[in-house]
Design a binder for this molecule. Structure first.
Ligand code: SAM
Length: 333
């Protein structure tokens, strides 16, 4: 039911066209959501979302807003709520749909507020958001007038969360493909800005990931890297013995200075640490829309500066850098 025809129709006319065949092949190999036990349930809940011919949309505010309460009948409101709740857990947001606020686990708007002042204006740019989750930041990128936004994330559930919003903004040049960074054709050299937020430490080889980011960028393009860091100097790196803050899939966490050095060694220039802060339980917490355990449950109850495993509590840095090469004119197709 959820296809990617719109994406392929759109890129047929732009600079991603040369990659269409490869991307189609990769998707058909990678994306087999029906194998996921919850797929039928997600599909059924998604189908409950009401059809609305047109509604007001605002993606340039902290809580992405679709429609108003008056747009729906009482029955449609009920179906909307059942449909959206069936796509639990909602981790990245917040969103407001027809008057109902989805309070997500993360205040993703806070991250965006930390990122936005430090990056080149997104107006007219082709933007890639790797590991985009529900796509919250993709919408914020559109709100900054990006010309084209592609989010990728391997989680099949997030496809439905993204489409629950896209359903009401069907013509927006914002697309989502259920792919991993490793799946992108190399080199693409197609994007003016590439975001990798919350992904680096999930990769066994941070350098492979940095190479992927470089390969997706046009010469002169901008990298926006947001990642977990630990306190320390340029030689400090944590490799957890097993879990980190209860996450099983965490590999290398460098200090901000070490991560900056990795980015430099990966061949980027003008590498700046523009923000660093410890994550608070106000920014990441359980809500009615994400009822599982969250940050407070993953910290040592006697020392909130430590994880349950005894490691430094999560802190995150934002690093901005440029891919070497002469910048092409932004806005070209
Ligand atoms: C911590 S979340 C970050 C989400 C969002 N970028 C943000 O900053 O709020 C990490 C996301 O990266 C995705 N992810 C993990 N490994 C990935 C990979 N190899 N390629 C692309 N995305 C990946 C996960 O599915 C998850 O949605």
């Amino acid at each position: 039911m959820i296809g990617f025809e719109d994406f392929f129709n759109h890129i047929g006319k732009n600079r991603l066209a040369p990659f269409a065949t490869t991307l189609k092949e990769t998707l058909s190999n990678r994306y087999q959501p029906a194998l996921h036990g919850d797929y039928r349930s997600w599909q059924e809940h998604f189908q409950l979302l009401p059809e609305v011919s047109a509604c007001a949309v605002d993606v340039a505010r902290d809580c992405i807003s679709i429609g108003t309460q008056q747009d729906l009948t009482e029955e449609q409101h009920q179906k909307l709520l059942i449909g959206l709740r069936g796509l639990h857990p909602w981790r990245k947001g917040p969103f407001q749909l027809f008057g109902h606020t989805i309070e997500t686990e993360w205040r993703s708007d806070w991250k965006w507020q930390r990122v936005l002042p430090h990056i080149k204006p997104l107006a007219d740019r082709f933007v890639l958001d790797i590991g985009c989750g529900s796509g919250y930041h993709c919408w914020r990128m559109l709100g900054e007038q990006a010309k084209f936004v592609l989010g990728i994330d391997p989680s099949p559930k997030f496809v439905f969360q993204f489409q629950a919003v896209k359903k009401y903004i069907p013509h927006a040049p914002v697309y989502y493909l259920p792919l991993r960074a490793e799946d992108l054709p190399k080199p693409m050299q197609a994007f003016d800005t590439v975001f990798s937020m919350g992904v680096l430490y999930h990769r066994k080889s941070p350098f492979d990931h940095l190479e992927e980011l470089k390969s997706a960028l046009r010469p002169g393009g901008e990298l926006v890297l947001e990642t977990l860091v630990v306190p320390g100097d340029e030689n400090t790196v944590l490799l957890p013995a097993d879990r980190y803050a209860q996450m099983r899939n965490v590999w290398f966490i460098g200090s901000a200075l070490a991560t900056q050095r990795w980015v430099q060694r990966a061949g980027f220039r003008q590498v700046r640490i523009v923000d660093e802060a410890q994550t608070t339980t106000a920014e990441q917490h359980s809500t009615a829309w994400m009822t599982f355990n969250s940050l407070a449950d993953f910290l040592d109850s006697n020392d909130p500066n430590k994880t349950l495993e005894g490691y430094p509590a999560p802190r995150r840095a934002i690093i901005v850098a440029e891919k070497p090469g002469k910048s092409l004119k932004v806005g070209t197709i």
